[in-house]
Design a protein. Sequence first.
Length: 211
Amino acid sequence: MAIQLSKKDIDWVLDRYPNMEYDRLNNQLFGELSFRREHQGALIADAYTVRIFLNHLDVNTGLPKIICESNKIRNIAQKYEIDTADLHINSDGTFCLAIEGEEESFFEHEFTIQEFFINTVEGFLFQISYFNEYGSLPWGEYAHGYLGHIEKFASGTISTQELFKRLTKEDLATALTTNRQSKCLCGKGKKMRHCHPLVFRGINKMKRLSS
């Protein structure tokens, strides 16, 4: 499965981001993506060198995979002595653009390349630039993958029924076998109650309901 762009789509991208190019043979967009965005009075203008793989979609969200082709994000993480995962970068270097099930919120009706860039890609890069400037993320963020759903459940954003729809049997089994001393499911090696306390709370809530 792939995203096929029309000539109108390509023209729109190259007009909005004049330092980007389209590789028709490999169906990729690449180059410098610059943006200017504001959040609660904080105005940030920045640019990242990215590559967008329109033939390779995230299996959970169906969104195109994206990587940063410079060390910029890695350098920001090093500046604050954190892992790139804390900036929502997956282990393979691709951007974690959305939690599964949340990707539809970026589009009014269905996927469009314009909404993908403005709502998803620019928004993602803005939060990294905001973190670089202020040392915190600009809006509430959830953990990667299914852990984000457990955090949403802990905070009351989704119901028990919705949570179980979003978790696989393997996810559920893994979560319910953890305890107070378990290392965090994010893989950092820290105790979960210290690393991702909202996940810890969500799992305890799940256990109480299943007992």
